[in-house]
Design a protein around this ligand. Structure first.
Ligand SMILES: [Zn+2]
Ligand SMILES: [Zn+2]
Ligand SMILES: [Zn+2]
Ligand SMILES: [Zn+2]
Ligand SMILES: [Zn+2]
Ligand SMILES: [Zn+2]
Length: 504
């Protein structure tokens, strides 16, 4: 077989490098809808992938079956059973079959002697061994193994397997100790149409489950799957965020929501740690804090962390409670953890206090971005109503007021990235390359807080065009900073530039 007629990603795909010629792999599947990220346009943190609909998955199976039946000269439904047995590994199937056809066929549970299409028969004087019915004119059926039972027994058996047990790939003959597998044509002949549809759906699922390069979109009620070249072996060097055709973004490695730039193994560790330490951390999701200067209560009702006390006008950072003045300059240090305390810690108690302090530094920022993203979104929902009024009372068109929605979308995404930079940083071994990472983190954070602050400004229709331009500029800037950060961390992963303080 030449690689040109390969229809899908080959099973030995896992060794292919991302930047190597992925064209070959996808060359023949282009007619199945657009490849979402094309090679030439890929950014360092993007992976090539494509969304597959249920129809695509069915078509791909049909084509793969036909390719093999052309080689083996067997009926399609038998080849389908063979391929399913060999987990769609065509090379393995062909090798085994060429080597010893009888054993390959037997292992898969098919018999090739009788390849006539399945049919129901009335057999005079027949009594069903399962239900002992011997009615004249009763429909009966026998698989190629010649285990004949009445049609009702076959139907009851199959329906139970499909509906109750969710089986599809390997439903064996009900005859005692018989391992002949029922194929699609037999199932279609015997069961009701709704049961057959269920059976086909289950078969599609096994196709996806058996293929390490295809995963279902984890979004509830989404029927798309995504095909991606990333393999489990590569998860140390790449964070494969993919998007299905319905726009759901998820990690191909672990099926969680996008968590770039933090690699899957660290995400798992971090979430476990947060769960275990949830009481120690005791992070207050409360939306109020006291002003350090005048002790009056300050409420946070947007995502922006640049706070101003209503009473005394003191401007401070919600995260570290430090004066905001330092946050807008190169002095900005809010994201960086000062390791001093842990270095000086001598006794066990001081050490454990320092390690808790370190964890809380990262955890608070992680949790804060998560909450801020929610608040940004809520604030937008309130603003949206205002925008609708604005639109009704002025010349503004619907399109013209969309800039705010776009800004909030970018903001929420950037906060998600920032959130995971803190989990990533928690496991990073400090050295000269982490400085660059922290600088990028700081720059993105500053850009995000500035945009967030602007989005909270009251909307004055007279000033709208200035505000709009300002927000548009800041939105572009946030995206630029995010790209810089993600590109650098992705390159670092690939070059194995990062060292971790845990085993990964
Ligand atoms: Zn029966
Ligand atoms: Zn049998
Ligand atoms: Zn989806
Ligand atoms: Zn992941
Ligand atoms: Zn105050
Ligand atoms: Zn701060």
């Amino acid at each position: 077989m030449s690689s040109e007629d390969d229809f899908m990603l080959e099973d030995d795909m896992s060794d292919i490098e991302f930047d190597d010629s992925m064209d070959e792999v996808f060359s023949d599947v282009d007619d199945f809808g657009a490849v979402i990220a094309e090679k030439d346009k890929l950014k360092p943190y993007e992976v090539e992938h494509k969304s597959l609909s249920v129809d695509d998955i069915r078509r791909v199976q049909t084509v793969r079956v036909q390719q093999v039946s052309a080689v083996l000269g067997l009926p399609d439904e038998q080849v389908a059973t063979l391929l399913r047995h060999f987990k769609w590994n065509r090379e393995k199937l062909l090798e085994r079959y060429m080597d010893d056809p009888d054993s390959a066929v037997k292992a898969a549970g098919i018999t090739t002697e009788d390849s006539a299409p399945p049919k129901l028969e009335v057999v005079p004087g027949f009594m069903c061994d399962i239900c002992c019915n011997d009615d004249e004119g009763m429909d009966t059926y026998a698989l190629p193994c010649q285990h004949r039972f009445c049609k009702d027994c076959y139907e009851y058996y199959l329906t139970q397997k499909i509906k109750d047990e969710g089986e599809s790939r390997k439903i064996q003959c009900p005859g005692e100790k018989c391992n002949v597998v029922m194929d699609e044509k037999t199932v279609k002949l015997i069961v009701r149409d709704d049961v057959y549809q269920r059976y086909v759906t289950l078969l599609d699922r096994t196709y996806v489950d058996d293929n390490e390069h295809i995963k279902w979109c984890p979004a509830p009620n989404c029927e798309n799957a995504v095909e991606c070249a990333a393999s489990l072996k590569q998860l140390q060097t790449v964070v494969p965020t993919v998007t299905c055709a319905a726009g759901h973004e998820f990690c191909f490695g672990c099926s969680l929501a996008d968590h770039q730039p933090c690699m899957c193994a660290l995400v798992k560790r971090w979430l476990k740690k947060c769960e275990d330490d949830s009481e120690t951390a005791n992070w207050l999701s409360a939306n109020t804090k006291e002003c350090l200067k005048c002790q009056s209560t300050i409420e946070k009702n947007g995502g922006c962390n640049h706070m101003t006390c209503r009473k005394c006008k003191y401007e401070f950072c919600w995260v570290c409670m430090g004066p905001w003045a330092e946050h807008g300059t190169s002095w900005y240090n809010c994201n960086r953890y000062e390791e001093k305390n842990s270095i000086n810690a001598r006794d066990a108690q001081a050490k454990s206090r320092a390690s808790l302090e370190r964890y809380l530094h990262y955890y608070n920022r992680f949790a804060n971005h998560e909450q801020s993203a929610k608040l940004d979104r809520e604030l937008y929902n309130r603003t949206e109503k205002k925008m609708a009024q604005l639109q009704a009372n002025s010349e503004l068109s619907w399109i013209e007021v969309q800039f705010l929605k776009a800004a909030v979308d970018v903001l929420v995404q950037a906060r998600q990235t920032l959130k995971w930079t803190y989990a990533f940083a928690f496991y990073l071994q400090r050295n000269n390359v982490t400085e660059i990472f922290e600088d990028n983190q700081r720059d993105l954070e500053m850009a995000v807080e500035n945009l967030s602050h602007l989005c909270e400004q009251p909307i004055d229709p007279k000033e709208l065009s200035t505000l709009k331009q300002n927000i548009l500029d800041k939105t572009v800037y946030v995206n630029t900073r995010k790209e810089v950060l993600l590109s650098d961390t992705a390159k670092g992963l690939k070059e194995e530039r990062w060292t971790y303080n845990v085993e990964v």
